[in-house]
Design a protein around this ligand. Structure first.
Ligand SMILES: [Zn+2]
Length: 383
């Protein structure tokens, strides 16, 4: 049986303990100590990391009354070891977990929804609620959650008697047996939980809801708290200032500047399409009328432009092919024959020129993967 020291003082990182057992298990060694500060994975909170006698502890699990530490080298049974918990990781996990309770509690109070899925990932936390949280309420929820942080009140953790528990209204994911550990964040949340939490809410620092989406008939919330939220702010602030410099816009007006840029780009695109259309007409006019076959290789044309140009050429010639691309990536094509059913032609052409594509009636579109000369020769010979 392992004594759980981590509940006594969540900020204590170093301890000495006796090795009860150390068993080789594949590549790793499973170590059970008489007591430990290492929190084992549970209640949605990942396990602590750290070292035992300088050997890395990469995972910790609960097995009945024992806590099993996974390490990469053996330690001797019966000896005393020195354990050190990675507090950087521990604090981050506590900030995230406590932040999650506050948000879940506020949503539960406001809408009566339960947290039915909780995941603490390396990039963000997700919380799933069994009801749709209105998107207009998200900002308000976030604001309230941060108010709880500013109030900097002590988190109350207690084990009520069965009678007290009976009368207590608390959130719980499952029916619990034995002594139930209750974690209370003032008026914001009361929840059964075995995880580790900050001592006072101010230690959470920031609670930030990143986004939300409909999920399985309810809402999934993506959020960050503490150091991770701060780091996210630093990264996003940098991005905003980069965009602001590039667009010569005030940082908090970059969205307006981007919208303007998109409108300008769309306008230029429309103009380019119109200019290209004129160019196609001029090029088509330069082709001698009643020529049997014309094959044109063009640069930077979209599929609809290939078709447009090909249609213009077909007004003057019996057989027209417009292509665009290169030998490595292939040549996109639009090929048309006046009063001609083009599918038989293109089936054979695709076979010969490593191509694909087709169409209906007198026009086909697709791509060839062959040399320019081979494509031109094939089309001229078979038109
Ligand atoms: Zn919890």
């Amino acid at each position: 049986m392992t004594e759980k020291l981590f509940y006594n003082d969540v900020y204590k990182s170093e301890f000495n303990a006796r090795v009860l057992s150390c068993n080789k298990n594949g590549d790793r060694y499973d170590v059970i100590l008489d007591k430990t500060l290492f929190y084992p994975e549970g209640g949605g909170q990942p396990a602590d990391n750290g070292t035992i006698n300088g050997i890395k502890v990469f995972d910790v699990h609960e097995d009945g009354d024992d806590i099993v530490h996974y390490i990469s080298e053996p330690v001797e049974e019966g000896t005393e070891i020195n354990g050190v918990v990675d507090m950087e990781r521990r604090v981050r996990l506590m900030q995230q977990h406590s932040g999650e309770h506050i948000v879940s509690g506020i949503i539960h109070h406001k809408f009566g929804y339960d947290n039915v899925g909780f995941h603490m990932g390396s990039e963000f936390i997700t919380i799933d609620f069994n009801g749709v949280v209105p998107k207009e309420s998200i900002d308000e929820i976030e604001k309230e959650a941060n108010e709880a942080v500013y109030k900097n009140f002590a988190v109350n953790i207690f084990y009520p008697t069965p009678d007290e528990l009976e009368k207590l209204e608390y959130r719980s994911k499952k029916a619990l047996e034995g002594a139930v550990r209750i974690v209370q964040f003032g008026e914001y949340d009361i929840c059964a939980c075995c995880g580790l939490h900050v001592v006072k809410t101010g230690e959470i620092g920031i609670i930030k809801i990143l986004s939300h989406q409909n999920y399985k008939g309810g809402t999934r919330i993506f959020m960050l708290a503490g150091k991770q939220a701060y780091e996210d702010y630093v990264a996003k602030n940098k991005i905003i200032y980069n965009i602001s410099n590039m667009l010569s816009a005030k940082p908090n007006e970059t969205d307006i500047a981007v919208e303007r840029l998109i409108n300008e780009r769309n306008f230029i695109k429309e103009q380019l399409v119109a200019v290209k259309k004129q160019l196609f007409a001029l090029k088509a006019e330069a082709v001698k009328e009643n020529t049997d076959c014309v094959v044109m290789f063009e640069d930077n044309l979209e599929s609809f432009e290939l078709r447009q140009f090909c249609e213009l050429l077909m007004e003057r010639v019996d057989f027209a092919a417009v292509l665009c691309g290169n030998e490595e990536e292939g040549y996109k094509y639009a090929i048309g024959g006046k009063n001609k059913e083009m599918m038989p032609f293109i089936k054979e052409a695709n076979k010969a020129l490593n191509g694909r594509g087709g169409g209906k009636g007198d026009m086909v579109q697709g791509s060839f993967k062959a040399a320019k000369e081979d494509i031109e020769k094939y089309i001229r010979d078979n038109a």
